[in-house]
Write a protein that binds this ligand. Structure first.
Ligand code: THU
Length: 134
């Protein structure tokens, strides 16, 4: 990939610094690489009304989509040191919107692991599901 997994994971780890996570104390950062080379970052933002908290992945994804970007290569996710933080179910559904080939880069004891969103969310509900019903 244009951005290698290690450097994208480092960008995600840096983005963790922007987290607002006073309730869980579990800061997460995400770095989303667009095909055009731009990288959009996000961090989790919690709320006193806990259920309104937003994950790092969706903050990054929504920023990129707002900027007009629709083609993505990879997203790296970094949680606290030593954890293997993978996208939650809600984020997987959001991330699959533009295709099943988006790469998901996460940390592991043996270094960055890369899988596709299609692997992490098989048989996803997608735009095609809606098209097929029309
Ligand atoms: N969180 C993320 O931002 N991304 C993930 O992949 C997993 C969970 C956040 C949500 C909440 O603010 C905190 O981590 C603990 O669940």
């Amino acid at each position: 990939m244009a951005h290698n997994p290690s450097s994208l994971l480092e960008a995600a780890a840096r983005a963790r610094g922007g987290a607002y996570a006073p309730y869980s104390n579990f800061a997460v950062g995400a770095a989303l690489a667009a095909v055009d080379g731009r990288v959009f970052t996000g961090a989790n933002i919690e709320n006193a009304s806990y259920g309104l908290s937003m994950c790092a992945e969706r903050v990054a994804f929504f920023a990129a989509v707002t900027a007009g970007v629709r083609t993505f290569e990879a997203i790296a996710v970094a949680g606290p040191e030593g954890t293997q933080t993978t996208p939650c179910g809600a984020c997987r559904q959001v991330l699959v919107e533009f295709g099943v080939n988006l790469k998901i880069v996460t940390a592991s004891p043996s270094g960055p692991v890369t899988r596709t969103i299609g692997t992490l969310l098989p048989d996803a509900f997608s735009p095609k599901t809606l098209e097929d019903a029309r």
